[in-house]
Design a protein around this ligand. Structure first.
Ligand SMILES: NC(=O)c1ccc[n+]([C@@H]2O[C@H](COP(=O)([O-])OP(=O)(O)OC[C@H]3O[C@@H](n4cnc5c(N)ncnc54)[C@H](OP(=O)(O)O)[C@@H]3O)[C@@H](O)[C@H]2O)c1
Length: 299
């Protein structure tokens, strides 16, 4: 499978969906590395193995952040992503600014111009290249969203980031940002069978790419099978995991959406990556849409 690399030009929005230039060149699955850094007992050795397995099996981008840090090492999350990219130069890395680790169990948000600029400069240093996509990590927690978005736009203009956007943003925050400057993408939680598709549709209408984090609901969620039972039954009949089939259905049913998953084992990341090549038929698409409908979160 080809790698998803940058075309080199900054992503640019178009008012018509047909002509939208996406941040990533092709659909597929993004590996988030938060748990690989932050979980109790997480080791760099396991993180390297899981990231290498994802890169080897067709991941379209890695997702990291300034906040994916250890108390004594602010750069670990971005360093591990950069190491992972070494075997596939050009693999996009998403990172996030304005949210940082302040102690053993403390993270602070700061969307000021000074913080975002110093975060972006540190990320460029750690990743060794301009940032493929720089997100304001906690758009929902900054004091002055307009200042944050103005700064992101300036960082893109100066070439530190090729694309910029928001994370954890409501429709209202997305619109406030768009009133200040064009943005390229949004990354929000979209647990299947739990979260609504409101921001996804809003992003589609505005020509923004949507990165859906924690599609399985994260490590403490109810089993995925209970939230998408029709997909689970199909998966059982076809002899594949419900995680793989759910991801395949998402990719088939929701254009302009990239799932950001958090596997922490080589087996689960390899299993999930096969979803990008899984055959998507009407039966599977209908199963997912039916499951989401009956959970009260229709697409
Ligand atoms: N922007 C933000 O504020 C924000 C916030 C939270 C998360 N994120 C991003 O989203 C990423 C994913 O978040 P998450 O870890 O909460 O989400 P998730 O992918 O919904 O949940 C991860 C859980 O799913 C399991 N899993 C994954 N693939 C599987 C498979 N094929 N078979 C069986 N189990 C599978 C994992 O198991 P194993 O661990 O056993 O592999 C893990 O327990 C994070 O790493 C981060 O990059 C962003």
């Amino acid at each position: 499978m080809d790698c998803a690399s940058w075309s080199g030009a900054p992503a640019r929005r178009s008012p018509t969906l047909e002509n939208v230039t996406h941040v990533l060149e092709r659909p597929g699955i993004v590996l988030g590395i938060a748990a690989l850094v932050l979980n109790e007992g997480a080791t760099d050795e396991n993180a390297r193995e899981v990231i290498a397995a994802a890169v080897d099996s067709g991941v379209v981008a890695l997702d990291t952040a300034r906040a994916y840090a250890r108390v004594d090492d602010d750069g670990v999350g971005e360093r591990l992503a950069a190491e992972g990219r070494a075997s596939r130069p050009g693999l996009p890395i998403i990172t996030k600014a304005g949210h940082y680790r302040a102690g053993a169990s403390a993270w602070h948000s700061d969307g000021s111009a000074a913080r975002l600029r110093s975060d972006a400069e540190r990320s460029v240093e750690l990743l060794g290249a301009p940032l493929d996509l720089l997100l304001l990590h906690r758009a929902d927690r900054v004091d002055d969203l307009e200042e944050s978005v103005t700064t992101l736009a300036a960082l893109r203009e100066e070439g530190l980031a090729r694309a910029v956007g928001l994370s954890n943003a409501s429709v209202e925050l997305i619109d406030r940002a768009l009133a200040v400057a064009p943005i390229d993408a949004v990354q929000n939680r979209l647990g299947l069978g739990v979260d609504a598709f409101t921001e996804y549709h809003h992003c589609r209408d505005a020509g923004l790419d949507f990165f859906a984090y924690a599609p399985f609901g994260g490590p403490r969620a109810a089993p995925l099978a209970t939230r998408v039972p029709r997909v689970w039954m199909l998966a059982a009949a076809r002899g594949v995991s419900v995680h793989r089939l759910a991801l395949a259905a998402v990719l088939g049913a929701l254009p302009g959406l990239w799932p950001v998953i958090g596997s922490t084992r080589v087996e689960s990341v390899r299993d999930a990556m096969v979803a990008a090549t899984e055959e998507i038929d009407d039966e599977l698409r209908d199963a997912l849409l039916g499951d989401l409908d009956s959970r009260g979160v229709p697409v």
